[in-house]
Design a binder for this molecule. Sequence first.
Ligand SMILES: [Cu+2]
Length: 114
Amino acid sequence: MKLSTSLSLILALSAPGFAIAQSGDMKSMDMGKMAEGTAPKAMRHQATGVVKAVDPVKGTVTLAHGPVKSLQWTAMTMRFAVKDKTLFDQLTGDKKVTVEFVKQDVDYVVTAVK
Ligand SMILES: [Cu+2]
């Protein structure tokens, strides 16, 4: 009797804890701030490269960038999404830039231009 009581107590205590951990994980996908510094998803990367093309309407920039160690990328030319339209002020053709970017779902999103 005593054993089954403590068992159900353990179950009752651990079940909600599990649910909280799960919803916390879900939230970190939307709220990058909460996961910042802990989850790889929220990690900021930096790349230096030359602006090859910009599409402010679609909100994308094509960069010929050098190696990105944090992602084990070699140099390549690729398209990034651009988080804020005001960043296009600094993203002009053939300009050499250093950008900060994060992975967001399947996209790499530029969050800052230096
Ligand atoms: Cu790349």
